[in-house]
Write a protein that binds this ligand. Structure first.
Ligand SMILES: *[C@@H]1O[C@H](CO)[C@@H](O)[C@H](O)[C@H]1NC(C)=O
Ligand SMILES: *[C@@H]1O[C@H](CO)[C@@H](O)[C@H](O)[C@H]1NC(C)=O
Ligand SMILES: *[C@@H]1O[C@H](CO)[C@@H](O)[C@H](O)[C@H]1NC(C)=O
Ligand SMILES: *[C@@H]1O[C@H](CO)[C@@H](O)[C@H](O)[C@H]1NC(C)=O
Length: 393
């Protein structure tokens, strides 16, 4: 256990120092902790922070073996080895510890590159935002209108659920968009598989949108400005109330830029700072900051593809949720409610395709709630918190 703890505390290596000293001699450092001996084979010399119990010892091994310890509670034996040059860098991503840090690239983006020329000159613009739409070809006019509301600072990503990706080339912008095609899958299925936080790490904000949104009164750049101004980590545009609404929270207010709380029908909110009265947006048009998405991605269940219940759980990913989740009223959209994916279901036992989809949605919602409650209960038990005393949310 202590060994692991020590490795953990070594995650603060100075990479540049590390690289500079790569060519130096190799040493084995044997560290004795409280009667237990741990062997560390260290490929190169670099500054290590060793936390042993309450004391912090700094071990620096530059040109000549030279050891500084702020508290000598740890016995350190240093031994020169000139053969077997082995790299082991615990601060590297898991699985890549054997690589020199200078060659490790943990993050990616969705920028398109050229096949020729100097790689450093490939990108004339590096979009800071990403917008994905889950689309069928029948919705192309709506998506064409939507895409035009997103400036060149956005990477456009289309997830095609009808395998008609190539037909979109009639639009000029489509040639520069990223297309991912897999038949009859949902937005959250794609998001879990293709929007891993390390893959979309280049983007400050990530829009994960449905295809049936009307955007006449929406401009993405202005939306981003407001999200930044009001410190929203998770947000959505206000919804035009004339098209019918499920929740009061997402109804567009005409008299303000942003709102973060609402009144609901009596008895709907146990806590005014929790969903659906605050800390809440829906799943049709969410926008995540990079950090919020890193958490939300982990919360998405691999097999629960409809994402029902996710909206009520988003608040677990940002603190304080009632301040960092909100609805942008000044840039608003119309939810047209075209049940496009619903009709992609399977007719079964005399039921319409959409009925089976709907039932699956509800089943997933229940499963998600149960998993969440079980996970928290098990965590509490593991932490020694008596679950009989706590109330379920
Ligand atoms: C794109 O981003 C840059 C840098 O933030 C900004 O100056 C520019 O105005 C943006 N483009 C549009 C169309 O808003
Ligand atoms: C919303 O957009 C439509 C179409 O461009 C426009 O006619 C209308 O005036 C806009 N509404 C508001 C409140 O800006
Ligand atoms: C777990 O413990 C926390 C803090 O005591 C409590 O708020 C929460 O309701 C508990 N959850 C469950 C499922 O027991
Ligand atoms: C939890 O339960 C124990 C006994 O079951 C009780 O002594 C304790 O006061 C309870 N704690 C709270 C916070 O209710």
């Amino acid at each position: 256990m202590k060994y692991l703890k020590t490795l953990d505390s070594m995650r603060h290596l100075n990479h540049s120092t590390f690289c500079k000293k790569q060519n130096e001699n190799m040493r084995i450092i044997l560290i004795t902790f409280v009667g237990v001996v741990f062997g560390f084979l260290i490929g190169v010399s670099f500054p290590i922070l060793l936390a042993n119990k309450m004391t912090l010892s700094t071990v620096v091994l530059p040109d000549s073996t030279h050891i500084e310890t702020s508290t000598i509670s740890t016995r350190i034996i240093t031994k020169e080895v000139n053969d077997a040059r082995k790299i082991w860098v615990p601060s590297n991503p898991r699985g890549a510890e054997g690589l020199a840090p200078g060659i490790v690239v943990p993050h990616s983006d969705l920028y398109l590159r050229r096949l020729y020329g100097n790689p450093s000159e490939d990108l004339s613009i590096q979009p800071k935002y990403l917008v994905s739409f889950t689309v069928g070809y029948n919705q192309r006019q709506n998506i064409d209108a939507a895409v035009k509301k997103f400036s060149e600072n956005f990477t456009i990503l289309l997830f095609h659920y009808d395998n008609r990706a190539s037909e979109w080339d009639e639009y000029e912008w489509s040639k520069k968009a990223i297309h991912i095609s897999a038949q009859k899958q949902t937005k959250w299925w794609y998001a879990k598989r293709f929007l891993h936080p390390d893959v979309v790490a280049a983007y400050d904000y990530i829009f994960i949108w449905d295809e049936d949104l009307g955007v006449e009164n929406f401009t993405a750049e202005e939306y981003i400005r407001l999200v930044k101004k009001h410190g929203l980590e998770i947000s959505q545009p206000g919804l035009d109330p004339r098209r019918g609404l499920t929740w009061q929270m997402t109804r567009r207010r005409e008299d303000r830029e942003v709102h973060k709380k609402t009144e609901e029908r009596p008895g709907w909110c146990k806590d005014p700072q929790l969903p659906p009265c605050a800390a809440f947006v829906e799943i049709m048009a969410p926008v995540f900051s990079r950090d919020a998405w890193r958490c939300v991605w982990h919360m998405i269940q691999n097999d629960l593809v409809h994402g029902w219940g996710l909206d009520l759980a988003l608040q677990k990913c940002v603190k304080p949720a009632h301040e960092k989740i909100g609805v942008v009223d000044a840039q608003w959209i119309v939810h047209q409610g075209i049940p496009s994916l619903g009709s992609q279901g399977q007719a079964d036992e005399g039921k319409q395709p959409w009925q089976g989809v709907r039932e699956r949605c509800k089943l997933e919602w229940k499963m998600f709630q149960q998993r969440f409650a079980n996970a928290e209960k098990n965590y509490n038990i593991s932490m020694g918190i008596d679950p009989s005393n706590t109330t379920l949310h």
